[in-house]
Design a protein around this ligand. Structure first.
Ligand code: HEC
Length: 149
């Protein structure tokens, strides 16, 4: 029984890997943009709380922070910026992402580090505001260089 369960789970995991491996460029581009949309929404929600435009709520802040941290490096590792994803659907991603992949990865890594630091800061409005400021610099830094207007 245990062996059977393992076989089923392994089979599902393999199927999921293949779905990602076979994702078409347009699917990767959609995923890239959708992940950015979610990052934008959650960052804005945290920003409003950090500034006091809406009342600070620790639980909500932690949920957004955990989402940002968990999502951060996933699109990169899942191939959303991989070879061949520079075209195939409307995109504002700059061609430099594919011509200078190491520099792009460095910009992405800065963002991931800031994103993963967010949950530990989210329980308090002041520490949240500070961590969010650090995160925002990494969003802007990458957009300045790698997102066309
Ligand atoms: C390492 C680079 C990088 C980082 C870091 C980054 N972005 Fe982006 N972002 C991009 C690129 C490239 C695009 C354009 C994607 C496309 O059109 O294919 C984009 C697009 C977007 C969009 C528009 C999505 C759409 O549907 O067109 C939003 C919103 C966004 N980013 C928000 C954020 C926020 C908020 C952060 C920080 C929490 C962030 N981004 C961090 C590279 C980055």
């Amino acid at each position: 029984m245990k062996i059977l369960t393992f076989a089923v789970v392994a089979g599902l995991a393999l199927a999921a890997t293949q779905v990602f491996a076979q994702a078409k460029p347009e699917q990767q581009i959609e995923y890239r943009k959708a992940s950015m949309t979610i990052l934008g929404r959650s960052t804005a929600a945290l920003g409003a709380m950090a500034k006091g435009d809406v009342p600070f709520n620790k639980d909500v802040a932690e949920r957004h922070a955990n989402l940002i941290a968990g999502l951060s490096d996933l699109p990169l590792t899942a191939g959303a910026y991989g070879p061949g994803t520079d075209k195939g659907a409307p995109t504002k991603a700059d061609p430099k992402i594919w011509s200078q992949p190491d520099k792009f990865k460095a910009a992405y890594d800065k963002f991931t580090v800031a994103a993963k630091a967010l949950p530990a800061a989210a329980a308090d409005q002041k520490t949240l505001a500070s961590a969010l400021g650090d995160l925002g610099k990494t969003c802007k830094g990458c957009h300045d260089d790698y997102r066309s207007k």
